[in-house]
Structures are given as structure tokens and as C-alpha cells.
Design a binder for this molecule. Sequence first.
Ligand code: ZN
Length: 603
Amino acid sequence: MPDTLPSWSLADLYSSASDDNMTRDMADCRDRASALASTWKSRLHEADAASLAGVIEDYQAISETLGRLSSFADLAFAADMSEAETGRMAQSMRELESEISAQLVFVELEIARIDDDHMDALMQSDALASWSPWLRIVRAWRKHQLSDELETMLIERSPSGRAAWVRLFDETAASLRFPIDGQDVAESEIMDMMTDPDPEVRRKAGLSRSEVLDKNSRLMALILNTIAKDKSVDDRWRGFSRPVSARNLANDVEDEVVDALAHSVTSRMPDLTHRYYALKASWMGVDKLNWWDRNAPLPGEDPRQFSWDEARKMVLTAFDEFDPGMAEVAGWFFDRNWIDAPHRPGKASGAFSHPTVPSAHPYILMNYSGKVNDVMTLAHELGHGVHQVLAGPKGHLMSSTPLTLAETASVFGEMLVFRRLLDSTTDPVQRRALLAGKIEDMLNTVVRQIGFHNFEERFHDARQKGEQTPDAIADIWMETQADALGPAIRIDETYRPIWGFIPHFVHVPFYVYAYAFGDCLVNALWQVYSTAEGDARKDFVLNYLDLLRAGGTRRHDEALAPFGLDARDASFWSLGLDMLSGMIDELEAELVQAGLVETAHGE
Ligand SMILES: [Zn+2]
């Protein structure tokens, strides 16, 4: 990189780890939490509207201070994980957090327990009305809550129950070593090798992964079976009708909407993944791709390097074309040192935009090396960042969105920059690489995750009938993945044990569909935006910014209504999938025109 990359300054949170304000804020959190608990614990049902609003304000203020402390600790740790002091600070903030949340857990539990008639009466007051989006979410669990005694027992027993199985999974996964040419390597290296340009390296990595997972499949099957059984007991006590239902409630979305998404994506798999992988195989000069070649680099990578200044200009120009106000907010991240971009030893890998707290501002961490992908990552994180800034005025409790809307601004921001970059790229090799890269990302987010979701649905249903052997689990895996990948990907016996290392299946059952939900939702929005003209386009921009400012106060149906969209409708999901299919058409046409594939593979 020719130019220098910016490093963030965390001084807007605290001046340093020895800042006296940190000690003061920690003591303040403890004092206020104790005072709130001693005044109101077991008494919230007696509170009148004004007192209840006061309790919520206090609760928010304590949570925000706690959020400032833990954000500082987390960010300092991410910037340098090798420093013992930042590790110690992050750990002590986690302990403070669990101490305070144990003390204040009564607030949400008791609010959820207030009976509906009494709550309706309280909500007549203006003081409480402004909290109604938050109250709705807190009270959504009302029907599924158990008695205080049972809830307490479940929390206390968790470390020796579910949490212990998750830990066993994590520790086992971290300890696995994969033999490659007489050496033992860790899983992250194996994953890197699977995107190596050399097919022999990819083959060895795939086979080694398969072999090691196969040897561990009995343990992994026991863990997955236990997690599913534990969940089904919980679901039965709490009155959830299907294995997926509790997760849907946490995501603030109805079962039918998730079913419509899964069904739409599954029915379009031939037109999406099957068609794309056939195209990729033909482009790479083979009939079929082995499963370990699925993410193989394409012939002719986009070799362009972008300096930090070029990346900044590209993102800000694309945002500015959409709306100058959006570019202005994004500009603050560069002008005010809210981004940490360079690679450094000890720094966390990957990228994120941490919202911290509304009384401060978000911070972005990334590892910039100047590739096209890095520019897209910058656009993605700045999309999150702008969203977090705009939603800030909703306050700490209501600024963050439900999971279904969490990726809206990031994926949309990325799309603005991607389209601009593609339009300004004339070199056919670069265009093909750009398009194919974007398509692969989207297929991995949308189709692959729904393939995983279909596996989870079938596995949890089967588990209700009894324990599943590793072989039975592998059968479900192979059937669902064959559907998701299509005939151009060769999956043989060696693919059977690969289910064993999808951490989400263990960490948070039914989490994966949220990725597809978010991406498809943005793609549908993008279709509306890109086909709107004149006043309709202006309206779109206003509605979009309004959606970002709403933070967590709107659920998906309220958020989408101004755009004339409805996620309960199957045609909504088709709209987003049409966009993805259209991009595959674009790539196919360019490949055929360049004589790189023989004919179009339309099915
Ligand atoms: Zn994101």
C-alpha cells in the first residue's frame, strides 16, 4: 500500500485503560443497579405509568454506561489481543456485565409478566407510549415464560447442561489437527487451502478435513443429538409448536415468513446454484467440480489494487450518488478517526462496525490490503456504521435492529459500491471476476445457508423421534446438500462427515436462515430502487433513510410497508432471487460472448 492507513482513537470512549472515569463509571453502574433492584425488585407490577417509565429510563442509563465500558474493553482487546492488560480488562468487564445483568434481570421478566389489561391501561400514558416498541419485544416472551423458580433453576443449571455441550464442541473443534503432507495443521489453515489456486492443494485439504471429521463423528453426533434433545424439552415446557419457533420469536418474525423464505430459495436452487456451478465447471474446463473446488479461485482474478484514498473516494462517491447526507455521515468515519484499517500483529482478523453506545459513536475495525474485496468490506462496514449513527437517537435500548434487518444497510451499501465499480470497469477480465465474485458471495449467503437450514429442519424433526446415528445424520446432510449444490458439484462419501463442523448448528440452532433472510430482503429493496425513476426514486431514498433511523423500533412488516413490500408474500422473496438470477445471466452472457463457455446452460 502506497499510502498510510488510519488507526482509530478510542479516546471518545475513555482516554486509556487507566482513565479514572472508568473506575467511576463501574462504581456508578453498581450503585445504580443496587438502588434500582432494592426499590423495585418483585414490585414492578405495582408501578404506575410514570414510575415504570422512570425504571426503564434508569435501566437504559445503566445499560448504556455498562455498554460504554464493555465497548472500550472489547475494542481495545480487538486492536491488540496479545496484550495481557487488554485481555484482563475485557474479562473484568464481562464479569461486571454478568454481575449487573443478574441483578437487573428482574426488570424485563417482571415487565413481561404484567397482565395485558393492566399494561394496556398503563400504555395510555405518554411517558410509556414512547417505549412501546421495546415493551412489545420484551413482552413477546410472555406466553412462553416459566415460573420464577423454574427460570432461575434453568439459568443456574445451564453451565452444567447446554453450555457445557457447547463448550465441549468448541474445545474439541479448536483442538483438532489435520494431517497434510506429514504435518498437522489447524482448521483455519485447512480453510485457506481450500481456496488455493492449486487443485492438488485443495484436494488434499478437503480429504484431510473429511478424514478427521469422520474420526470425530460419534462425538459430534452425541453433541448435536444432546443439544437438540435439550432444546425440545425446553420448547415443550415453553409451549413452542416447532423446533424453529423459539428462534423465530427471538428474531421477531413469524414461522410462515421463514417457511416462505426457505421454500422460495429451495425451489429456485436449480436456477441459482445448479446453474452457476455448471457455468463455473465449464469455465474451469471440467464436467463437474469436486466439493472441495466449490470456492476455488476463478480463472483470471481481478488484480487491481486500491489505495486507501481511492477506496475512500469510491465508497463516498457511491454513497453520495444515492444521498449526499449518507455520504456526509460516512465521511465522519474517515475525518474523525473512527476506523482502524492496518494489519498489525495481535489484531483481530476480519471486520466489524461496533455500535458502542448512542452517546458516543460506532467504530470500524478491518484489515485492509487493497483488493477489490477490501473495498467491498469497507462499503459493508460503513453501511453498518451509517445505520448505527442514524439510529442512535432512538437510544440504547431501541437503536439496534432485529436480526432480520441487521444486515440491511451493510448489504445495500455494498451493492451501491459494487454497481458503481462494475459500471466503471470496462476490462472484460476484470468485469467477469467482479461479477463472479459477487455471485459466489451471494450464493454462499443465500442458497448455502438455506441448504443448512433445510438440514436443521429435517434433523430436529428426526431427533424428536429418537437419537440419530452419525450415519443417519450424514444421510440427511447429503440429501439436503445435494439439493443445494446441484449436479455440477460432485459430492461423494468424503462429503458425508462435513456436517460435523458447522458451529452454528451447535451454538445457536436455526440461526443460519437469518443470513439468507437479510440478503434476500436487501436484494428485493435493491430491485425496487434500481427500477424506480424520478419521484419514485426520491421517495425510495427518503423511505430508506427513514428505515435506518427507525433502528429497532420497526419489525420487518412495518419496515417494508413503505416500499410496498411484504415478506409474508412469496413474490417478495422471488423479487430478491430474481436479482441474483439476473446477475448470473449477466455473467453467462459475458462468458459466452468471450467464448469461455460453450453454450448457455439455461435449465
Ligand atoms: Zn455485516
